[in-house]
Design a protein around this ligand. Structure first.
Ligand SMILES: C[S@@+](CC[C@H](N)C(=O)[O-])C[C@H]1O[C@@H](n2cnc3c(N)ncnc32)[C@H](O)[C@@H]1O
Length: 204
């Protein structure tokens, strides 16, 4: 991976997960339209995926002002016509989302590092901005009924809760139930490296 441009942040995990995430998305995202990225963080996924999928417009967002600066720095460095300027967006406040429509919504590593309110808002907001059949993609660790949780994910859950008791690795069935109440059905679950899952929800 290239060194971050001035003002940009870098997350070491991105070098490991961006390839598998891209391949998961490449075959499932629509052929055109705008992808709304929630919790874009450093902005590295946005720059990497937008470069690989030039037929899509990529709109990165994050509520953290420092993240927005980093995303803007990666965007300037990438100089891609389909990578749109970052917007401030707090998933937990869907009434204030600065976007009316998106053809797909992507949230990588967000719902376990935010209070449950953020997951609730994400589902409400995605349910509103997506068209019928539109895709919501979540990436991260999950706890699954009937599947032994990887020790690394159990340890991660404890470390998240020690940082903030409202954080924690979420149970897939809770997330799927929440999504279903917003008209988003769990269409596909794929295993990704390092005990992470990719979850694809489709709006009815
Ligand atoms: C672990 S980082 C993941 C960043 C990036 N997606 C990645 O995988 O490298 C979590 C991100 O969630 C964002 N976040 C936290 N609470 C949020 C909320 N309520 N709505 C949207 N994003 C939120 C943080 O600002 C941070 O950028």
């Amino acid at each position: 991976m290239k060194a971050p441009p001035p003002g940009a942040r870098a997350a070491p995990a991105t070098a490991r997960n961006r390839g598998p995430i891209l391949e998961a998305l490449r075959r499932r995202l629509p052929g055109s339209g705008v992808v709304l990225e929630i919790a874009a963080g450093t902005g590295e996924h946005a720059a990497f995926i937008a470069a690989a999928l030039p037929h899509l417009e990529w709109r990165p967002t994050d509520p953290d002002p420092g993240a927005l600066i980093s995303i803007a720095a990666w965007r300037e460095d990438a100089a891609l016509p389909n990578l749109l300027p970052p917007l401030a967006l707090d998933a937990s406040d869907p009434d204030a989302w600065p976007v009316e429509r998106a053809d797909a919504v992507v949230a990588i590593n967000m719902i376990h590092i935010a209070p449950w309110e953020a997951a609730r808002g994400l589902m409400t907001g995605a349910g509103r901005v997506l068209p019928p059949g539109g895709l919501l993609f979540l990436y991260g660790p999950f706890i699954e009924a009937g599947v032994e949780t990887a020790p690394s994910n159990l340890a991660f859950d404890l470390s998240l809760k020690s940082r903030d008791p409202a954080w924690g690795v979420r149970r897939l069935e809770d997330v799927a139930r929440l999504a279903a109440r917003r008209g988003l059905g769990l269409a596909e679950r794929i295993a990704l490296p390092a005990n992470n899952l990719g979850l694809f929800f489709r709006k009815a």
